[in-house]
Design a protein around this ligand. Sequence first.
Ligand code: ADP
Ligand code: MG
Length: 392
Amino acid sequence: MATPTKPINLGLLFGGRSCEHEISVTSARSILRAINRHKYNISLLGIDKAGQWHLADNFDSLLSDGAVQPAAAGKLPRGGGGVEPVTLALHPNGNLRTLRDSPPLPHHQLPQLEVIFPALHGTFGEDGALQGVLEMAGIPYVGCGVAASAVAMDKLLAKKIFQLAGIPQAAYIGLSASQWQHTGARAALMARGEAELGYPMFVKPANLGSSVGISKVRAPAQLKNAIELALRFDHKILLEQAMENCVEAECAVLGNAMLGAQQQHRPQASVVGEIIPHAEFYDYAAKYLDDQSELVVPANIPRAAAAQVRELSLAAFQEIDGAGLARVDFFVSRASGRVTLNEINTMPGFTPISMYPRLWAASGVPYAELIDRLIELAVQTQRAKAALQRSV
Ligand SMILES: Nc1ncnc2c1ncn2[C@@H]1O[C@H](COP(=O)(O)OP(=O)(O)O)[C@@H](O)[C@H]1O
Ligand SMILES: [Mg+2]
């Protein structure tokens, strides 16, 4: 009889400070529902909107109105069935500690985490900041590292890196708040945008997600407002040529780009899917508020275009030195089949109906297995990094 392997202490992190807090809660709920409880001892770690971490043994006790709420949060079972709230900090080697203002808890009641699944999207989740904390704590974690996360989150940095790699992208111009501050320079900046990009044009904050702060600008009179809206969300923004009459195609990557990764851990690209937004473009409402946008798998694009999407997805993942997962988004011209990279997301939505897991399900990797593979990749990445550190 095979000896049962010891369950892994897994911290499932969710919520967080970004505007994608609620989406993260939904992703985490789906992971919890599907994960193999024989393989993992799960600690639920909810991060509230103020950034405080809370631990619970029960998902719903952390939540109120779909968000992590401090008042209801952090209930840990104690002797006699009572519960007390705890607020946490993460220390090296996966040790959790209660903060000073929490009631003291016996150390053995706090789990020592062996791996973390940060099911967090957007700022302070997907942008490298949390990944830095986890690196400092020395805990393996699912997904891309500090640099890959930060670059993927910053549309301007990502554009520059992909440009160097020769990956086709929409023409763009970067613009900073300090450039815009010079009121005398504004007319020239806008004229340059018009001359180089034309209308329609997209205006976006560099560091955000979920289409927040993004405008499609159709005429000169709208440009100034669109720039000022985007600058409310970030100190640097992009003006981008609109890719008209295109299919929005998406591809999922799974694996580690790290040089020397074993064969079974090398990045793989899924089948290609298609988004049909129920709006002029895939804006916040189309993404999350109405459920009429359609995800179609496989995408209705020519075979050669799909092959190119997969190839460019792997190239983009390799360029940012990705680890674990990423969803790579493209525009495919209906007229010419030409493929243009839009962006790479290092922690895409993770419910079973989200594109990333759906693409893997359609490629033969069901949801629960996908979770296992991601956790295995996290452990493998950490091992490879530790081996490198030892050899220094
Ligand atoms: N250059 C573009 N041409 C056409 N549509 C675009 C362009 N840029 C963005 N969009 C539309 O806006 C949506 C959101 O833009 P995106 O750059 O993907 O930002 P986010 O990180 O918020 O998802 C896209 O899914 C697409 O529908
Ligand atoms: Mg997008």
